[in-house]
Design a binder for this molecule. Structure first.
Ligand code: ATP
Ligand code: MG
Length: 272
């Protein structure tokens, strides 16, 4: 059984890509077979892992990407199960993206069942993985709808600050619409507080606000990701925080988050 987790928030710079990469590699370190899909035309997830995706120094040099996968899906072109997939040295598979995805999103406008293209692709490769994590982009456009339509659950990173938390209402509305109209199985994995600075009163107030307003509706992950320059540096290194700074606070927090995600899973499957 494969679980598809979409890491989504239309607010930019809240830690989606960092979470997707590190949670994915965290799950792989626990023995899971993981595919990371970069669904952002900025290609940040691809770039943040690129030094280690042998052969490539620059995402724009990659010919086979999520854009070509989606185009082939639309045109009903058969693909090998490894088509476009790169392997990262820390044990995860990566379906990369680059700027070609922007043309892809535009051409979706004229396509039949355009909300379900990514879902069609995922259904065809799902059996090869335990987890597929999708890094979403900072908008609620057609690609994000595709991501939500194929996911089993949504993980929402929020930065511990006032405006990012306000933006959650719009996201919850979109998730509700997708659930009602396209994907009734869609659940919310949880809200993850990122870049948390426990020394500031503001950050503490904000997390209380989040727990008060959404805590009964949503799972707010117990583990918060601390603010740390190490996390920001890792992005440029092409490796996970576990490799770059194994004993640091951010690595510990992502390890604990990985356990939380795995525990939710075993609780849910016991309940079945
Ligand atoms: P976008 O919406 O542009 O895709 P995003 O939500 O994917 O952004 P990231 O790219 O993961 O966010 O993070 C934004 C920036 O914050 C990056 O430069 C990243 O290195 C940095 N960052 C991520 N997590 C932390 C952290 N815990 N502490 C400090 N900096 C962090
Ligand atoms: Mg990102």
């Amino acid at each position: 059984m494969c679980k598809v987790i979409a890491v989504v928030n239309q607010k930019g710079g809240v830690g989606k890509t960092t979470t997707c990469g590190n949670l994915g590699i965290g799950l792989a370190r626990c023995g899971k077979k993981v595919l990371l899909i970069d669904a952002d035309l900025q290609g940040d997830l691809t770039a943040s892992l690129t030094d280690n995706l042998y052969l490539y120094n620059n995402p724009d040099e990659i010919n086979h990407t999520l854009a070509t996968v989606m185009m082939n899906t639309i045109n009903e072109v058969e693909m090998d199960k490894d088509y476009a997939i790169l392997r990262h040295s820390e044990g995860v598979d990566v379906l990369p993206s680059n700027i070609d995805l922007s043309a892809m999103e535009i051409s979706l406008v004229n396509v039949m069942s355009r909300e379900l293209i990514l879902k069609r692709y995922i259904e065809s490769i799902k059996q090869h993985y335990d987890y597929i994590l999708i890094d979403g982009m900072p908008s609620l456009g057609m690609l994000t709808i595709n991501v939500l339509a194929c996911a089993d659950s949504v993980l929402i990173p929020v930065q511990a600050a006032y405006l990012p938390i306000k933006g959650l209402q719009q996201l919850m509305k979109t998730i509700g619409q997708v659930k009602r109209q396209l994907n009734p199985r869609l659940e919310i994995e949880g809200v993850l507080v990122t870049m948390f600075d426990r020394r500031t009163k503001n950050a503490r107030d904000i997390t209380e606000l989040l727990e008060e307003n959404y805590g009964t509706m949503l799972n707010v992950f117990v583990n918060k990701i601390p603010l740390s320059v190490r996390a920001a540096e890792t992005t440029a290194k092409g490796v996970s925080i576990f490799q770059y700074d194994p004993n640091g606070t951010v690595g510990q927090a992502y390890e604990a988050l990985t356990k939380e995600v795995l525990e939710d899973e075993s609780r849910n499957s016991e309940g079945d």
